[in-house]
Design a protein around this ligand. Structure first.
Ligand code: PEP
Length: 276
């Protein structure tokens, strides 16, 4: 069974002291929230990683970065390397977020180089893929997503499925309040899983595929109940500790509802079928 991964993405919000105060409220609240089997992670601005990682040391909340340099060190003013994030205490890092692709002109090759840089430094890259609204309207959504997936993983040679995660984030759903239907999210996650079976045959069934795009308490349970949706990458709602906790609870309930030994076999379209 794939343990759900609930990952907040704070983008460029909060100062370090505001973030420490937030963690001061969230950490004890998380401890009181049943979340067995659910991994919880918050991707914070790079300036916050060290203090927040120290704050959660020994607990089960993890801290991630939102981006990293493709380079290991050198004359790259303003960039943050994988080694810096790892040493500061990050465990994961987002690569290829659509805001980086659109606003910072990151192409597929850059995303691949950043994913490889993350692995060189022991970070788990969460590789984001997703189509724009016009690509979806043109019937290109799956082709775009699978191209980004193949390209983003091109420089990785994982030996364990938890060395990476994929986030399917339709661009038109990010920060807009619009959410993919659960059926559309499942269909794309199943297509991603099928492609992973081709790219990483022995690992594909263990790789977590997250959905991102206006996930919130009101829609999380239905999205997380989909067979190939193994968690969420959550922007706006993750800034509110009550909303993030509600999503963690939804993940825990969904996880608990799945048969303990998930020996259901993938059916023809990748969906799980209960053993008969
Ligand atoms: C994101 O930033 O990755 C995201 C999914 O944002 P939001 O949840 O606000 O749409």
């Amino acid at each position: 069974m794939r343990p759900p991964l609930i990952a907040g993405n704070w983008k460029m919000h909060t100062t370090p002291s505001e973030a420490l105060a937030w963690f001061g409220r969230f950490v004890p609240a998380l401890a009181e929230t049943p979340h067995a089997g659910v991994e919880v992670l918050v991707h914070v601005p790079a300036t916050h990683v060290a203090a927040l990682a120290a704050r959660v040391q020994g607990g089960d909340l993890r801290v991630g970065g939102q981006d990293l340099s493709a380079h290991d060190q050198g004359a790259y003013t303003g960039e943050v390397s994988g080694a810096m994030l790892r040493d500061a205490g990050a465990t994961h890092v987002i690569v290829g977020h659509s805001e980086r692709r659109a606003l910072h002109h990151e192409d597929d090759a850059t995303v691949a180089a950043k994913a490889a840089a993350a692995r060189r430094h022991g970070l788990v890259p969460i590789v984001c893929v997703g189509e724009t609204e016009s690509e979806r309207d043109d019937g290109q959504a799956e082709a775009v997503v699978l191209r980004q997936l193949r390209a983003g993983l091109a420089e990785l040679a994982p030996t364990d499925p938890h060395e990476l995660a994929i986030a399917y984030e339709p661009v038109w759903a990010i920060g807009t309040g619009r959410t993919a239907t659960a059926g559309d999210a499942q269909a794309m996650a199943a297509a991603i899983r099928a492609e992973l079976r081709d790219l990483l045959p022995t690992l594909a069934d263990g790789v977590r595929i997250l959905y991102g795009g206006s996930m919130k308490p009101a829609n999380a349970a239905e999205l997380l109940a989909q067979d190939d949706v193994d968690g969420g990458l959550i922007g706006g709602a993750s800034l509110n500790e009550h909303d993030l906790l509600a999503i963690v609870r939804a993940a825990a309930e969904t996880h608990a509802a799945v048969p303990a030994a998930d020996d259901r076999r993938p059916g023809p379209n990748g969906a799980k079928e209960d053993p008969t």
